[in-house]
Design a binder for this molecule. Structure first.
Ligand SMILES: NC(=O)C1=CN([C@@H]2O[C@H](COP(=O)(O)OP(=O)(O)OC[C@H]3O[C@@H](n4cnc5c(N)ncnc54)[C@H](O)[C@@H]3O)[C@@H](O)[C@H]2O)C=CC1
Length: 376
């Protein structure tokens, strides 16, 4: 089948400015015409709507690039298995999507756009159904994991270790989506804070987000012996083992989690890289992982850990992780990994590039179906 990329792009330009209206219309139509599909979704749909928008944008932007579109759709399909999506749901979604775009294009929608989108959608559905089937041959849609330890390290940061009920293959630096039984169908991403271990355990750094359902459930209402659900591992914040001699890690708050996993992984490499890990926190009391970082430093002689405190008047020099990097006059000559809030990541990358660090040496997490990596 040939997808008419020109028609898809042209029609997308008509609806992109009213994309939110399109998604509202889409879900309204989907749930009224196919009520059985409603039960796959959580009660509150706000984040879900955003995800659809982002997924559609990714598809439209990547139509020429078969390999990257295939990878993206494959990941989307594997991740959607945990929602209970089945092949028979795809035609309903395609039908409602095209109808929602047509209805919101201000009368400018042409019949040829219908055909172009249905052709593209059939291709997307085929790729996703096949990827989900292949995945089902060796992995469950989600893993049940038992909480084995739950430590409140500060009044609002918990370090939680879980043991999945079956093997959970992942790479250091990746993240998983978590669901608490207190909020069925609501998933939130958290980085896995350790490299793969023989006992299969995973640890997560969770800060209570005010009003955040999952983060509050995990920090305040979860205890050892409880279970959580884990979606499949995702993300590309991983080490390229071939080119690691000196690494700089810049973490903001609980953005430390994936970088700690990378430190652990590199500690086991035959040619251990030297690592400068900068951990930025707002107040000294937020340095929730000092004891573990000290333990890591004793195992990894080429690891340097520098804590930076940004919001304490009287502390000098008051700084963020990247301020501390400059203060120590370290000029990164290898890969630099940055993880924290989206503002921290954005501003840190700007500073790094201004310092002369090459763009392709800077690694950040970008989750394609969330605007930024925002647990809540
Ligand atoms: N828990 C996890 O597994 C992961 C969390 N994250 C994200 O990391 C963030 C951590 O948040 P919190 O722990 O509340 O820490 P936070 O956002 O309060 O601050 C941590 C540090 O980042 C600095 N910072 C904040 N904005 C900055 C900016 N624009 N430029 C430079 N530095 C800046 C602060 O001054 C502080 O030193 C959250 O946005 C979370 O979504 C990211 C990946 C994994």
């Amino acid at each position: 089948m040939t997808i008419d990329i020109g028609l898809i792009r042209h029609s997308w330009l008509l609806v992109a400015p009213v994309a939110e209206k399109v998604t509202m219309h889409f879900y309204g139509k989907l749930f009224s015409e196919y009520p059985h599909i409603r039960e796959l979704f959580p009660a509150a749909m706000d984040l879900q709507r955003d995800r659809l928008l982002r997924a559609l944008t990714q598809v439209v932007l990547n139509l020429e690039n078969g390999a990257s579109l295939g990878d993206y759709l494959g990941q989307l399909a594997r991740d959607h298995r945990k929602y209970g999506v089945r092949p028979e749901h795809y035609p309903a979604v395609g039908h409602c999507l095209v109808a929602a775009m047509r209805a919101n294009a201000g009368g400018a929608w042409l019949p040829v756009y219908d055909e172009a989108w249905m052709t593209a959608y059939r291709y997307i559905a085929e790729v996703m159904i096949q990827a989900a089937e292949e995945d089902a041959a060796h992995a469950p849609p989600a893993w049940t994991a038992t909480v084995v330890s739950h430590e409140m390290r500060t009044p609002d940061i918990a370090v939680i270790s879980v043991e999945p009920d079956q093997a959970y293959p992942f790479r250091a630096g990746q993240y998983a989506t978590l669901q608490s039984p207190l909020w069925p169908k609501v998933w939130r991403p958290y980085s896995i804070a350790n490299a793969p271990r023989h006992d299969n355990r995973l640890s997560f750094h969770v800060r209570t987000v005010p009003g955040g359902w999952v983060s509050t459930a995990l920090t305040k209402r979860t205890r050892p012996g409880d279970t959580v659900l884990l979606g499949p591992p995702r993300g590309s914040l991983v080490l390229d083992r071939a080119r690691t001699s000196h690494l700089v890690f810049l973490a903001g708050g609980t953005g430390l989690a994936p970088l700690k996993a990378l430190v652990e992984e590199s500690a086991w490499m035959p040619d251990r890289p030297s690592i400068d890990l900068f951990h930025g926190v707002r107040h000294s009391a937020d340095a929730y992982d000092l004891a573990d970082l000290r333990r890591l430093r004793s195992q990894h002689k080429r690891l340097r850990v520098i804590q930076a405190v940004s919001d304490e008047p009287g502390q000098w020099p008051a700084h963020t992780a990247v301020d501390a990097l400059e203060h120590h006059r370290i000029v990164p000559d290898g890969d630099v990994f940055v993880c924290g809030s989206s503002g921290m990541v954005r501003d840190t990358v700007i500073r790094l590039v201004a310092m002369g660090v090459r763009n392709d040496r800077v690694h950040t997490e970008f989750s394609p179906d969330t605007s930024s990596f925002v647990p809540s």
